[in-house]
Structures are given as C-alpha cells and as structure tokens.
Design a protein around this ligand. Structure first.
Ligand code: SF4
Length: 183
C-alpha cells in the first residue's frame, strides 16, 4: 500500500535531514526486473561469486520480482561521481553506502518497518570481500545493489526521469543510483 501524504512528508524530512535532495519517488511496481541483468552479473562481472551481497548470494530473479511487488512506495537517490583514478571508486562507494545504511535505519526507526536500502554500487566495505553471507565481515551493514537484485537500473531510472548512459572511460562522470524501499 502506498504512503499517505503525511507519511511521505515524514520520509522526505528524513531524506532532507541526511542531505539527500536529488531523488525521486517511484511506484515499486514499475521497477523493471529482468533476467538479462542476472546474466550480466553471471558472465562478465568479476564480482559474481566473490561479493557477499552480490549474486549468487542474492535471491533468484523470480524472488526479486516478488520482493518488489510487496512494496507500495520507494525512492531512487541519484549520485554523481568523477574520480581521478579508477581505484578510488571502492572508497568512494563505501563512504556513500555507509551513509545509506544510516538513512535506512532512520526511516526504519521512524516507523517504516519495511525500509530496505539497496546501494549505489556493490557493498565495498571491505578491501577483500569474503564472498558469502555466512562469512560476511559486516553482516549488519552489507546490502545488495539494485542490479544484484536483477533490477534493470538503466530502464527503471530513465522511466523515473533521470538521465543515464553507458560510459566508455573513466573521464566521464558516473551517474549512480541507490534504491530505498520504503513501504
Ligand atoms: S561487508 Fe565486507 S564481507 Fe560483507 S559483503 Fe560487504 S564487502 Fe563483503
């Protein structure tokens, strides 16, 4: 069920308090979950099987679809980044993701018991990820990225009104998106 106006304002106030201004509300039923996204994880991504919050640690594509269908309101938060060196990405993402965990907690403790954060990149908290939930070094902090939940981030954020394009080198500004499932 979607939030009422007062509840939305409550969440908007929390977002503002945490300095998030570049975001959009979306109907989670419009989040596009696709099998091709999982295939791209499985073939072509170096983190498959090595990330404790990445496939195959995350639910199946069908289970991901079901998960999103249980929500009535979500927020997509936009981040921009242009880094001097590709190797700086890990630390940049870890800093942002750690703050997103605090945001999820603030929304949860405000009474939104379903609050669940998906990061703007893979987890990135540890230099060497253990690669499984069972051995995760920070199990209370780790969360999946939307693509690890089979979300077609490109089509979903475009549909919400954001701009995103495939980048071909590190001189181009990154557009990254975190999804906060609210209710
Ligand atoms: S907290 Fe560390 S071990 Fe756990 S998923 Fe994240 S990077 Fe991997």
């Amino acid at each position: 069920m979607a939030l009422n106006t007062e509840q939305r304002k409550q969440v908007a106030d929390i977002l503002k308090l945490h300095n998030y201004t570049d975001y959009k509300w979306i109907d989670p039923k419009k989040i596009i979950v696709s099998q091709w996204v999982r295939l791209k994880c499985k073939f072509g991504c170096g983190e498959y099987g090595r990330g404790g919050a990445c496939p195959p640690q995350t639910p199946s594509v069908a289970e991901c679809k079901e998960f999103f269908s249980e929500y009535g309101d979500a927020v997509i938060i936009h981040f921009e980044g242009l880094l001097d060196k590709p190797e700086d990405r890990h630390a940049w993402s870890a800093r942002i993701n750690a703050k997103l965990v605090q945001l999820e907690r603030a929304v949860f403790t405000a009474g939104f018991e379903r609050a669940f954060q998906m990061f703007m990149d893979s987890c990135c908290f540890c230099k060497d990820c253990t690669g499984s939930r069972e051995t995760c070094e920070q199990p209370r902090m780790a969360r999946p990225a939307p693509e690890a939940m089979a979300v077609d981030v490109y089509s979903t954020v475009r549909q919400a009104g954001f701009t995103i394009n495939v980048l071909s080198n590190y001189n181009q500004k990154m557009n990254r998106f975190a999804f906060l499932m609210v209710h």
